[in-house]
Design a binder for this molecule. Structure first.
Ligand code: ATP
Ligand code: MG
Length: 331
């Protein structure tokens, strides 16, 4: 799609083996999707489906000694890595990531102000004093009371919700055009979660920042996201607007998740479980990867399905999608 902020095209990730391709395990299979400016895209799928690996690959955070990345990704039309898989200097790439556990992004031995100033000065030639003023503005922007005083705090002096705000402030210090948030609200209580979601929605709306929002919580997707992508076994299996997908899922796996959901407006739930397990990465699969667990399996499912584009910009990796009448969420 032209004008996309992020375009991911056939992303593949392999782990293991220090270059011996025979013993590698493939974690991502041809993952493709887009994020438009100002759009919040929810990325869902059960544990092990490849959400974090997708995020880390895009951020250039996978260790090249133990992993190999293929395919293309562009931010504002600029490739994130070249044909040999070498990353562009990441400091030039306006994207940032927020993790589930804020302490992975914070250094316990430095004050908050110091960490913000260092991040700001890595990207811009500004004096320490200017950077400190900007750091206070960022803390204010993410809703931290008394920001000037807070600059002197150490991470352990803050609550979990406040720490996650600081991490978002650190991400914003990079002036990102794209924010990747990997379950940023899982470790905080419901009130703080609602505030963080509102903050992220605000930034998307006001700054035109695109957001890839990884979550297990379909209630959060329903409330905060514009589009959603379902991943299964390292593949994108469905995408569309949140309203469309929730009203009428096209892939039986998405359908299974929605059917198992008590009521999507109730936030805070983990992704419901459906019977069976995801095939382990590396296990050879013939035909559709979901067929083993699918209630709608028929002979055509023994052929590997493509991610097909249907009306309304929807995509689905199921040969039977048009024939199935799956039930959406009970709203
Ligand atoms: N460093 C690694 N080395 C080998 N395999 C890995 C590595 N990191 C992830 N994997 C594998 O890649 C697959 C996808 O993992 P990933 O962490 O992306 O799942 P996820 O969708 O984020 O799950 P969760 O919801 O539990 O966070 C899993 O099978 C995982 O075991
Ligand atoms: Mg994960």
């Amino acid at each position: 799609m032209s004008g996309a902020l992020l375009e991911v095209d056939g992303l593949e990730v392999f782990f293991g083996s220090g270059g011996e391709r025979g013993s590698e395990v493939q974690a991502l299979h041809g993952v493709s999707f887009e994020v438009q400016p100002g759009e919040i895209v929810g990325l869902v799928g059960e544990s092990g489906s490849g959400k974090t690996v997708t995020s880390l690959a895009l951020m250039g955070l996978l260790d090249p000694r133990t992993s190999r990345v293929q395919g293309a990704a562009r931010l504002d039309g600029e490739p994130l890595w070249d044909d040999d898989g070498r990353l562009r200097a990441h400091v030039d790439v306006p994207m940032a990531m927020v993790f589930q556990e804020p302490m992975t992004a914070l250094d316990p031995v430095f004050r908050i102000g110091h960490q913000l100033v260092e991040t700001l000065r890595r990207r811009q030639r500004v004096s320490r004093r200017e950077a400190m003023a900007r750091a206070a503005e960022l803390l204010d922007q993410v809703g931290i009371p008394d920001p000037k005083a807070r600059l002197r705090s150490y991470p352990h002096e803050l609550s979990g919700g406040m720490r996650q705000r600081v991490v978002i402030a650190l991400a914003l210090a990079c002036s990102p055009r794209l924010l990747i948030a990997d379950e940023p609200t899982t470790a905080v209580d419901a009130t703080i979660q609602a505030q963080l979601l509102e903050l992220i929605s605000d930034l998307a709306r006001k700054e035109g920042m695109g957001v890839l929002f990884v979550t297990h919580d379909l209630g959060v997707v329903a409330e905060a996201c514009h589009r959603m992508i379902t991943m299964y076994a390292g593949r994108v299996i469905e995408s569309g607007t949140v309203a469309d997908v929730l009203a009428r899922p096209l892939h039986p796996y998405t359908g299974g998740l929605l059917a198992a959901l008590p009521a999507p407006e109730h936030r805070g739930g983990r992704l419901p479980t459906i019977p069976g397990v995801v095939p382990a990465p590396g296990r050879a699969v013939e035909g559709c990867v979901f067929a083993d667990r699918c209630a709608h399996k028929e002979p055509p499912c023994s052929v590997v399905p493509d991610l097909r584009e249907l009306d309304g910009g929807r995509r689905v990796r199921c040969v039977r999608a048009e024939q199935l009448r799956l039930t959406g969420s009970r709203t």
